[in-house]
Design a protein around this ligand. Structure first.
Ligand code: HAM
Length: 459
């Protein structure tokens, strides 16, 4: 075959897209419950935005960015993440004037030249949120709780939430000193890249994937001991309010995150089946980011979930898998028009246009046997077929067949309002069944969630 989707990208085919839609709908539902509103920013930005915010020394910027020069010589980059663009837009649109605390969410593609493997792609998608304008630890707890709520609404169990504080600028400076001292003592065990990092950005050593650096990183001093009084109190408060909201977490002193803009709270959420190296999502506070990008000194915090990874986690769950498989057997309310002959095609075409103003109709445009047509209607899991053959046409009638029972009746081929209502009425039991099915599906995911809650909370 001549063309293939580029390495690290994938087609989301119609057979899979329903899962995406369900997840995205669930995420929107939850985030809107928390008062977040959607924002859509461009898929590419000035390259410098990411150099300055995510950080030139990070893997994301140094190794993974899709940067290019446009026809007028501007340096641009496909966005590798969503936070910097949201902050750019927040400043450009002076959003603080509208409301002091802006609560924004986004869904969309991100691009990183990562090594493709399970759960790691070059074009992937994120579901993310940013709360800009408050330093309150209550906001930290709420944002984290919302992230967990999105995952629970999607029916995911066995979450592990890891939490750390990276301190404010004062605590960060003394911590970095301690880190440098520690790594200097073991410099010979660091990889070449990390020796450079030791000079330029020692925190980045903590997310190096080379095993010897990894082992060394396990012995680092705990950030918590270097937190300033203020940062420590903030961290304590975040933990307190997480407990109040019933969100369990594990403290992880090695959690640093792969982006430079973080201050204070940092977190990641992992899933039992996906393993420790593949996070479902993560985030944290970025109190200096708005000012760094040229806006007023404004704190912020947010998270992003990797959509593909969340879907992988859903697939790992047996109950949810059954749910999606069962979906195949539910007949959908709608008509399939099987026509025979040229005259019938014309009649079928206008009939479809007429009924479609109210309900779903499918038809082919090429000649075919009645048998193959009915087989196709069945494959599409539609509830009814309309049969329009020569005999029916002569009588100015058509046949409506209920596909699950084979029952059929003749109807007048008049394009009247009445006829359209009649066609809708026939589908009502199927719509009801679909609704019942959807509710059963929701109940199933809630059951899974309550199971998850007891597992997750260790109760
Ligand atoms: P991040 O940890 O770089 O954070 O990415 C968040 C999530 O995106 C990851 O946990 C993962 O699920 C997903 N992800 C990242 N890279 C890939 C990839 N190559 N393939 C598939 N999924 C991937 C951020 O992006 C921050 N903007 C999060 C944030 C929001 N912090 C504050 N606000």
């Amino acid at each position: 075959m001549r063309y293939k989707a580029p390495r690290g990208t994938q087609d989301i085919l119609p057979s899979k897209v329903e899962r995406w839609q369900r997840l995205e709908t669930a995420a929107r539902r939850v985030m809107e419950r928390y008062g977040y509103r959607e924002i859509r920013t461009p898929d590419f930005e000035e390259e410098d935005l990411f150099l300055r915010t995510v950080g030139e020394e990070t893997d994301i910027v140094a190794k993974e960015m899709y940067s290019f020069t446009d026809r007028k010589g501007r340096r641009l980059a496909l966005r590798p993440e969503g936070t910097a663009p949201v902050i750019r837009s927040y400043i450009e649109n002076a959003m603080w004037k509208e409301r002091r605390l802006q609560k924004l969410y986004y869904l969309g593609p991100m691009f990183r030249y990562d090594r493709p493997q399970k759960g790691r792609y070059r074009q992937f998608h994120q579901i993310g949120a940013e709360a800009v304008g408050s330093l309150s630890p209550l906001v930290d707890a709420e944002v984290i709780a919302m992230m967990v709520a999105v995952l629970r609404e999607a029916g995911i169990r066995r979450l592990v939430l890891k939490l750390n504080s990276l301190g404010d600028t004062t605590s960060r400076a003394s911590y970095i000193k301690a880190l440098v001292k520690y790594f200097r003592g073991h410099e010979e065990r660091l990889c070449g890249d990390c020796r450079l990092r030791l000079k330029k950005n020692p925190m980045r050593i903590l997310d190096c994937k080379v095993p010897s650096c990894n082992e060394l990183a396990a012995g680092i001093p705990a950030m918590e001991e270097y937190l300033s009084q203020e940062a420590r109190e903030h961290y304590d408060q975040v933990q307190h309010w997480l407990r109040v909201l019933g969100v369990s977490f594990e403290k992880d002193k090695n959690l640093v995150r792969g982006l430079d803009y973080y201050t204070r709270t940092a977190f990641e959420v992992h899933h039992g089946e996906l393993g420790a190296t593949v996070a479902l999502g993560g985030g944290g506070r970025y109190d200096g980011l708005v000012a760094e990008c040229g806006g007023p000194d404004t704190p912020g915090i947010g998270f992003s979930l990797g959509t593909e990874r969340v879907l992988l986690a859903i697939e790992q769950d047996k109950a949810l898998r059954i749910k999606f498989e069962e979906d195949k057997y539910v007949r959908k309310a709608g008509y399939y028009i099987a026509w025979l002959g040229d005259i019938a095609l014309k009649e079928a075409f206008s009939l479809a246009g007429f009924i479609r103003k109210k309900v779903r109709v499918e038809m082919e445009f090429e000649e075919g046997s009645l048998k193959s047509r009915l087989r196709q209607a069945d494959r599409l899991r539609l509830s009814h077929a309309i049969i329009l053959g020569e005999n029916e046409l002569k009588e100015e009638k058509f046949l409506v067949r209920e596909l699950s029972t084979g029952n059929q009746e003749k109807m007048e081929l008049s394009h009247s309002e009445e006829m359209r209502n009649e066609m809708v009425k026939k589908l009502i039991p199927y719509y009801d069944a679909e609704k019942k099915y959807d509710k059963a599906m929701d109940d199933l995911s809630y059951r899974t969630i309550s199971g998850a809650l007891s597992e997750y909370d260790g109760s």
